[in-house]
Ligand binder design. Structure first.
Ligand code: DGL
Length: 268
């Protein structure tokens, strides 16, 4: 693949909403000199229950927006979009893409009971990535698959610590724990925002596997492979956009960046 080697161009990150900020946080830790442009498509969230064509069309608009902003690499910080569409995007665009992988491998290595749970959207479970990773890494390990209906919406509304979140998590996680699961894979980038509530509901009895740091490491590897690591140790630039409401998004972005953030509201 041929890319334009512009070291100082930003990394583009997008998600159906604020979930991908967990990835942004890890990317910043590993690549502190990189500029980042993030697009949260919260106005069209959730993607988890949309059709493949709807997801392809929305995600394409996100990508084209980021390419207009001169991004040198794009992180699809969304398991659902990765599962449904990353193969098409890799063949349609010249820019390198990083996607989310279901973290079954680390979970299979850490479980003692040989039983793990995974929480993700329905579209993620239906995608090729999940099936392949499952076949490759679930060897001898029982996997309980649970769609997290309603969780993304609660996070987007800032209700990750609410009673409603607790009730849904209880409904999804208690049955898998009763069957012996001791490890839980977060298969959606919105779910790390529910970590505290997950710990409460599971009484800290499960190991929580969150793949965001592995995705950041892969981002660094690919940037280096394409010779695109920023050479500028000065001030990285951050540009944040949302298709949803600004006020709520600003709270999430400020949290992820550890400082007050301003966003631009856009239509795609
Ligand atoms: N953060 C997205 C993911 O990782 C949420 C999907 C949705 O919008 O339903 O799958």
């Amino acid at each position: 693949m041929q890319v334009n080697p512009r070291h100082e161009s930003p990394i583009g990150i997008f998600d159906s909403g604020v979930g991908g900020l967990c990835v942004l946080k890890e990317v910043r830790k590993l690549l502190p000199f990189e500029s980042i442009t993030y697009l949260a498509d919260s106005g069209n969230c959730p993607y988890g229950s949309k059709t493949k064509d709807e997801i392809l069309s929305l995600a394409r608009k996100n990508i084209e927006f980021l390419l207009e902003k001169d991004c040198k690499l794009i992180v699809i910080a969304c398991n659902t979009i990765t599962a449904v569409a990353i193969d098409s995007f890799r063949s349609d665009y010249r820019v390198p893409f990083i996607g989310m992988e279901p973290a079954l491998k680390p979970a299979a290595l850490q479980t003692r009971t040989k039983k793990i749970g995974i929480l993700a959207t329905e579209n993620t479970f239906n995608g090729r990535h999940f099936k392949q990773t499952f076949e490759k890494h679930a060897n001898g390990v029982e996997v309980f698959v649970q769609p997290g209906y309603g969780l993304v919406e609660l996070v987007e509304q800032g209700e990750q610590n609410s009673e409603a979140a607790r009730r849904l998590l209880e409904k999804y996680l208690v049955p898998m724990m009763e069957k012996g699961a001791d490890t839980l894979v977060l298969g959606c980038t919105h779910y790390p925002f529910l970590k505290k509530m997950i710990e409460t509901v599971t009484q800290n009895k499960v190991i929580i596997i969150d793949p965001c740091d592995a995705v950041a490491a892969q981002t660094r590897r690919i940037l280096s492979e394409f010779d695109l690591i920023s050479q500028d140790a000065g001030n990285p630039r951050f540009h944040f956009f949302t298709t949803g409401e600004k006020e709520m998004a600003e709270k999430f972005f400020s949290f992820a960046m550890d400082s007050p953030c301003e966003l631009e509201q856009i239509k795609i």
